[in-house]
Design a protein around this ligand. Structure first.
Ligand code: BTN
Length: 226
């Protein structure tokens, strides 16, 4: 796997697209980003001290219907990384990694699909190490806040790259899910209601139970809070 190290860039998820035609798995890392991108068109604060990287991976004969595996692998890799430094994470469906109820990392996935197959995926990960959280302290947390002697961002980056290069499966993902069989607040369009989270299906949908009736719902249809 090729690895490219940058001091500064706008967004590693954008940079990495120049390698799409080459067919070689590649990681692009940056010490800071000036236009970090989050999900739902949001920006992602990316000051020095954090880990910002994008992993471009190519696939053969990978059905698009199994693309949830890209997300589970990214979340598991982040969990294994912070665990290596003594921190206990949990995954909030579908791909937020939380510690003490706050987000320690953000994951942005861009999939390249054709003819019902996943050809390549770009997994962008921003992990808070000692970077300032810039007013997001109520919802975000960093390794620096959790550890008396936080590691340098480069060590965390190298650990994350090593975990991304390994394999993981749905059972590894489920190991970090703590909210099943508990009440959750579900927002579906204009409506917010309480339900019990029952199961995460192999296609990534969450099975919720409301008034005794179970429904599988995708992350595009609902958001959840605990
Ligand atoms: C989110 O939580 O909204 C997802 C944030 C993803 C941020 C990472 S940092 C590396 C890569 N480059 C970007 O511009 N975004 C992703």
């Amino acid at each position: 796997m090729r690895t490219v190290f940058l001091k500064e860039t706008s967004s590693t998820n954008d940079d990495i697209k120049q390698y799409l035609s080459e067919g070689e798995n590649t990681v692009v890392c940056a010490e800071r980003q000036t236009k970090g991108r989050g999900t739902k068109g949001r920006s992602f604060s990316s000051e020095r001290g954090g880990v910002y990287l994008s992993f471009l991976r190519f696939y053969e004969n990978f059905p698009a219907s199994e693309a949830f595996a890209v997300m589970t692998h990214a979340a598991v890799s982040v969990c294994r990384t912070v665990e290596e430094f003594g921190i206990s994470p949990e995954i909030k469906w579908c791909n937020d990694v939380l510690v003490k109820g706050k987000k320690i990392a953000g994951i942005l996935i861009e999939n390249i699909l054709s003819g019902g197959f996943l050809r390549a995926s770009i997994v962008g990960i921003g992990l808070n190490v000692t970077n300032p959280l810039n007013g997001l302290e109520d919802i975000a947390i960093s390794m620096g806040e959790l550890l008396p002697l936080p590691p340098p961002a480069e060590r965390v980056r190298d650990s994350l790259i090593a975990h991304l290069a390994q394999e993981s499966g749905l059972s590894d993902y489920l190991h970090y899910i703590r909210f099943l069989n508990r009440p959750i607040r579900v927002t579906e369009g204009e409506h917010t209601f309480l339900a019990i989270a029952r199961e995460i299906l192999p296609d990534g949908r969450l099975l919720i139970e409301q008034n005794g009736i179970c429904r599988p719902l995708s992350a595009a249809e609902i958001s959840i809070t605990f």
